[in-house]
Design a protein around this ligand. Structure first.
Ligand SMILES: NC(=O)c1ccc[n+]([C@@H]2O[C@H](COP(=O)([O-])OP(=O)(O)OC[C@H]3O[C@@H](n4cnc5c(N)ncnc54)[C@H](OP(=O)(O)O)[C@@H]3O)[C@@H](O)[C@H]2O)c1
Length: 316
């Protein structure tokens, strides 16, 4: 039987189960995808714990995960442009962590054969989010941009996209990520108490834009540094948005399959890298979220649904 991650009550990772489910059938205009990998995201922790129950309630037994990559296993009536076997990158809210996922063909993106499944799948979630955040603050060549949590899932992509625009990028991170950030062209600054002073030291002429991917006071730091609110974007601090009228562009505002394909093309050309911290088999979904919940992931943690030995595209 096909498997799917489900939970039937709010709680810690102990509520996560691998359920046996029917293989879904694609309807008109839909494709059925055999999932190869499904990344995991901090927002899913909040949904599962019930933190967002008032505005994003679960419908038990609830599925989990949004972004995934796999190959087309079946096409529904009226689908043109995709055939069985095509490799795709998808986004299926609360349904991605399953052996089979149904989605409208119009929202599936093509995965280039030359990039690894693990590096392709996150592009429909953190990839698009990072692009939206960078686009919102529109860094010009030569400007100075700060990215908070610059080694995290969204941050590492936002930092690289800002570098590609010719900006000077300062990234906040723990000490263990300093060399890594330098290796992707980012000036590292330690996060935590005293952050604004450390940023001033490396940006004596000021900061033009600020991309916050972590919350916990980063928007206040940006305001204290004199960054204009319209050039601050946060994806993690709704209260700061209300307080300072800063921007909050993320996946929801920017997703198109064409954008996912554009990001995949950057990865294929070696211009954008998607670091993979660890790959867990689907059966270890609880351990995967326990690790993610520590919030020190470099890049992405992904779940694997098809054994690596059956795949032929290496990580790079
Ligand atoms: N709305 C949307 O469309 C959307 C989409 C994706 C994500 N999000 C949200 O965006 C946020 C980031 O997601 P993510 O996947 O990038 O998270 P993540 O990968 O879990 O972030 C981990 C990073 O956070 C850093 N970090 C830990 N403590 C920190 C602190 N006190 N200050 C600054 N950075 C710290 C870590 O750096 P060190 O290890 O170096 O300490 C690590 O690199 C989450 O709130 C998520 O829910 C929203």
């Amino acid at each position: 039987m096909p498997r799917a991650v489900k939970f039937s009550r709010y709680g810690g990772t102990e509520v996560l189960e691998i359920a046996e489910v029917e293989r879904p059938s694609p309807g008109k205009g839909e494709i059925l995808v055999r999932t190869v990998v499904a990344p995991i995201n901090p927002g899913e922790i909040g949904i599962r714990e019930g933190v967002f129950a008032d505005f994003w309630p679960a419908a038990f037994p609830e599925g989990q995960g949004n972004d995934f990559a796999g190959w087309v296993a079946e096409t529904g009536d009226g689908v043109s442009g995709f055939a069985v076997g095509d490799e795709v990158i998808g986004y299926a809210p609360r349904a991605a962590q399953a052996d089979y996922v149904v989605l409208p063909a119009t929202v599936a993106a093509r995965k280039p054969a030359g990039i690894a499944w693990e590096q392709a799948a996150p592009l429909s979630a953190v990839g698009v989010t990072a692009w939206a955040a960078v686009n919102a603050v529109a860094p010009a060549a030569g400007e100075t941009v700060v990215v908070s949590a610059a080694a995290g899932g969204v941050g590492v992509l936002a930092a690289q996209l800002a570098v590609l625009r010719g900006a000077r990028v300062i990234g906040t991170a723990g000490r263990q990520n300093s060399d890594f950030l330098r290796s992707i062209g980012v000036v590292p600054v330690l996060h935590g108490e005293g952050l604004s002073n450390r940023i001033r030291e490396v940006a004596p002429n000021g900061v033009d834009a600020f991309i916050d991917t972590f919350g916990s006071g980063n928007v206040d730091v940006a305001i204290a540094l004199g960054v204009q609110p319209r050039r601050i974007n946060t994806i993690a601090d709704g209260r700061a948005v209300a307080r300072h009228d800063v921007r909050h562009q993320a996946q929801e505002q920017a997703f198109t399959p064409e954008l996912v394909e554009e990001l995949a093309s950057l990865v294929e050309q070696g211009l954008l890298s998607v670091p993979i911290a660890r790959v867990y088999p689907l059966e270890e979904v609880r351990a995967a979220y326990d690790e993610l919940g520590k919030r020190h992931t470099r890049g992405k943690i992904v779940l694997s649904l098809v054994a690596a030995s059956e795949r032929h595209t290496p990580l790079r």
